[in-house]
Design a protein around this ligand. Structure first.
Ligand SMILES: Nc1nc2c(ncn2[C@@H]2O[C@H](COP(=O)(O)OP(=O)(O)OP(=O)(O)O)[C@@H](O)[C@H]2O)c(=O)[nH]1
Ligand SMILES: C=C(OP(=O)(O)O)C(=O)O
Length: 221
């Protein structure tokens, strides 16, 4: 399972204001830790590989038991150096995932999948159930977010490459690329956290221990 995490200083701009400015980066990190911990605990996932350029993220997820791969700088990724391809857009995310997938495919047997790191309420059993439902999608598949337009889980075709099309309208883009849309009653998977309102929903679902501890220190949602 590939999990991309942006540099904390640049991450989750739409979530800013949910907590005080000094706790924004710790909150983003805590959400990533809870996402990774849930993926590590999910039955059926052989390996969790976090792709990030942030050393703090690498250290934190390594401590949980995940592997990490360093995200190449924009200057070394064709088409990811400017405009829509920069780290500020989804090009940075998709390029990071392609890089991680290339690393993983040499070491991992089985289907490659990608999961965003903004799922602080994620439950391993719901993630496993979603992966089981996607297992029959030989051409690859995805789970849309709760709004239906974004993507919270992408699985490559059996024996095939991961073709990530994350970004605005990614659900439709993954469908156009041939992935099968699979929706299920997996609230902890389908509610990614982009905004303060999303964070309130995740809190109501029940966030993991890292996010809970961070928010207990002074919640503003
Ligand atoms: N490694 C890596 N991960 C990324 C990059 N961009 C986004 N991500 C991760 O991809 C997932 C989904 O990204 P978004 O929800 O768009 O996150 P974001 O760009 O931090 O959020 P906004 O600033 O609010 O748009 C999160 O886990 C992000 O950390 C990137 O350039 N590199
Ligand atoms: C990157 C994505 O989502 P968001 O920015 O809405 O989390 C996506 O759903 O492809």
């Amino acid at each position: 399972m590939l999990v991309p995490v942006k540099r904390l200083a640049a991450a989750k701009t739409r979530l800013r204001g949910a907590v005080g400015a000094e706790r924004h980066e710790p909150l983003v990190l805590a959400m990533a830790q809870d996402t990774v911990a849930a993926a590590l605990a999910a039955p059926g996932i052989a390996d969790v590989l976090v792709v990030t350029a942030d050393p703090l993220v690498s250290a934190a997820v390594t401590a949980l038991g995940a592997r990490t791969v360093a995200e190449p700088g924009p200057e070394s990724v064709p088409g990811a150096g400017s405009g829509a391809g920069s780290g500020a857009g989804s090009g940075g995310l998709n390029a990071a995932l392609r890089h991680a997938a290339a690393t993983a495919s040499t070491a991992v047997v089985g289907r490659i999948a990608a999961l965003p790191a903004d799922l602080p309420a994620l439950r391993g059993d719901e993630l496993s159930a979603a992966l089981s439902a996607l297992a029959t999608a030989a051409g690859g598949g995805y789970v849309p977010d709760a709004s239906g337009t974004g993507t919270v889980l992408l699985v490559a075709a059996a024996g095939g490459r991961l073709v990530p099309r994350f970004g605005p309208g990614s659900a439709a883009a993954h469908g156009h690329a041939g992935a099968r849309r699979v929706e299920g009653d997996w609230p902890s998977l389908r509610h990614d956290v982009d905004t303060p309102a999303d964070l309130a929903i995740a809190v109501a679902l029940g966030v993991g221990p890292h996010t809970r501890a961070l928010l207990r220190a002074g919640i503003a949602v």
